[in-house]
Design a protein around this ligand. Sequence first.
Ligand code: FAD
Length: 389
Amino acid sequence: MKALIIGAGIGGMSAAAALKQQGIECDIFEAVKEIKPVGAALSIWSNGVKCMTHLGMGHIMDALGGPMHNLAYQDGFTGSVMTQFSLAPLVEAVGERPCPVSRADLQSQMIDHWGREKIQFGKRIEKVKQNETGVTAYFTDGSQASGDFMIAADGTHSAVRSHVLGYQTERRYAGYVNWNGLVDVDENIAPGDQWTTFVGEGKRVSIMPIANNRFYFFFDVPLPKGLEEDRSTVISDLKGYFKDWAEPVQILIDAIDAQATNRIEIHDIEPFDTFVKDNIALLGDAAHSTTPDIGQGGCSALEDAVVLGQCFAEARLITNTDIKNVLKSYEKKRHFRAKDLVLKARKRCDVTHGKDMQETQAWYDELRAEKGENIIAGLSNTILGGPLA
Ligand code: FAD
């Protein structure tokens, strides 16, 4: 039994790990010759960390996870603390810690865990054909590959998605721009063991500790799509958008390496229920593309992979007809959870980024009264909805 895996991102690599656990051979095809992830870091929340451990990659979390033990919101202008609390009760409630990690290191270590030399880089799928007995992928370099089934983990711009759905999806602009990167930990910006977020005017500046004494930072600003801004104007753009913000925010902007800072217009895709067409399954962002507002896109890809593995384990296959049923059961078990996360993130996105400033102001007021219980309850609820709760 052989699977073709399209994409060597978090989704593709975790799917490969899950299938390998079930004794299924995988050939992995990745479009780019060298992986250069969009985004400096990401938070793998406890549900994602559990998946990594389940898939035999817990050591990667141990090596890369930053010391994020506390959480705080601060007023963007005055810098005054709105709420600050320990994340220990969250870890206690859900049975695992969250791990903010360098994205490049995560992807690189997942690839090394599989065996870099076994991945076929520079293979961009452009067409797929399927029949009763298998699937064939056609690549832009003229080559092709066949297998019993395909896991398409080719990201938000998936080339396989429209084949599975039978229609093209549109990406929806979420209304804000995100700049992100890494700086050395500096306690004048924020404590080195805390996820700190400055908020005001529907904007936010967030700082998370990752391994090796580095902060992952991101700035969000509600803006129209398509502005002519790039790396050459990062510092002056941020200085303008965050003029009059508190001293730590100014220190952070001064510490930024503009050439290593990403500027991303944030999008999602209206959730859909179909992840599978016979022996082809979508996984990760190809199946459910979310805004990063609850930090669950990558975690959701990891959850997909765990559930995919569980479905194969339950089925004890296997003929080629059985594969369709296994993939259908994967779809059945995943589509509601994945949709829920996308819609939760969309809602959080709107409140955080001032879609209705009255609602955003009410949230700022709530933060000033927050002792931690409500935020931890919300995080626990999201985390415990995963397959390894
Ligand atoms: P991708 O990471 O996009 O990987 C897809 C792979 O497929 C790529 O390597 C690509 O080169 C390859 N590919 C594309 N097209 C083809 C093709 N035609 N043929 C072959 N290969 C192809 N998630 C979290 O869990 N926590 C966070 O804190 C978080 N923060 C985020 C912050 C930002 C600013 C953004 C934009 C996203 C964030 N996410 C976060 C979401 C997370 O990055 C994605 O959900 C995750 O990377 C999805 O993994 P994937 O493997 O499905 O897709």
